[in-house]
Write a protein that binds this ligand. Sequence first.
Ligand code: NAD
Length: 478
Amino acid sequence: MQPERMVIGGSRVDAADGRTLEVRDPADDRVIALVPDGGAEATRAAIDAASDALAGWRRLTARSRAELLRRLASLLRRDRDAIAELMTDEQGKPLAEARGEVEYSASFLDVAAEAGPQFAGEIVPSSTPDRRILVMPEPLGVAAIITPWNFPLAMIARKIAPALAVGCTVVVKPDERTPLCGLRVGELALEAGIPPGVVNVLTGRPQPIGAAILDDPRVRAISFTGSTEVGRMLMAGASRHLARVSLELGGHAPLLVFADADLARAADAAASCKLRNAGQTCICANRILVEAPVAEEFLALLEARIRLHQVGRGRDAGTTIGPLIDDAALEKVERHVADALAKGSRLRLGGARVERPGLARRFFAPTLLDGLDRSMRIWQEETFGPVAAVGRFRDEAEAIAMANDSPYGLAAYFFTRDASRLMRVAEALECGIVGANDALPSTAEAPFGGVKQSGFGREGGRWGLEEFASLKYVSWRI
Ligand code: NAD
């Protein structure tokens, strides 16, 4: 098998020592590609390339950069089906979801292309008549982009689009389990006409790459999506050279269903929010909480919807739930279910692995549990699997207290038809993203991000650009 190559300074590059890592299809453990294990040497080369390209890239007009981002978006759309197949092979998600992710990724490039030319400075009225104050946004410089496996393309697009629009150059490090979509981004950026060195893509084990990024004073921004643990480590490491850090970390979303809600709509939303990407999204509902008098009715509606889902290989027609990413992920889901059952939860559906000849033992049946309470691990930690766990609340005050009972604060959802309650609850929830009668809130024009241990920094719209810019002001005596 011919190994893939990294994209550094416009060239396709092997690891200096020729070492490679295997990329496996999580559905059957088949080796689908070899990628370079780049290490510190490739990381330094990528930062060199990004530094060299910086002056030319930031000198381009914002409109010229926007035009190149649009071209990259159109190439992603041109290659949508091929990239989706690659994504399904490396990550496992159903093809329809993978195609959706390619479209979603392109939309971040479109939005950044619109926002870039509008990203203006200001002239501030001065307190003295002989002075003018000009405030000018400037690109921070070289940005390191470190992304997770659950959205192998979208997490990259969401970060590089605003970084490039502002005039930063980037060194991208995708997750070692899903590097192939990232490499395509590097190739397509060159095909789009983005100058060599502006987009560099590294592959390999994370520790040496991460250490070389943190060691290098030329890296002025680190944008990370992944676990809170690694985010904390990167933030501590970034303090050495005081690189700007933006962290999109784990979530633990509550989904509240009030008795006055449209229950069928809430059940549709809860099922899709929970089961998308086999439950491996950071904004998945992990605690579904229902007002007690309608809980039975809601559970029946949710159960009927979950029964429609089909577990299988992401490439197979009809599959809506693919494999979990690895054995550790499956074992965590099993532990969460066993713990909930041991503590009195009632199993309504699923609850076990799905075994199929020829497939890895990494498929978990969509599961519905009733009787969730705060003693259970599902309440405390992200499950990251297709497990819908339902608990009950008595009134609005209790619902809000339960929803906020988490160190995380990324997304929260609620369903109600009461307009006053809608605003009260939206304001009371401790999170960065509220889905009000909406369980699919992610969209490129809105500022995605969290509070508390879900991190800080925003991605999307003009807010995404702000993460990669610093402000300079000119005090001008006349
Ligand atoms: P992870 O933190 O292990 O990995 C994320 C990235 O960090 C990968 O690229 C990995 O290679 C890299 N990494 C790991 N150790 C590193 C090191 N020492 N130095 C540099 N890089 C290192 O997380 P994961 O298990 O891959 O992802 C799942 C987590 O990500 C979940 O907690 C999920 O909620 C979160 N997530 C958050 C968002 C969001 O937008 N907030 C989106 C997707 C996933």
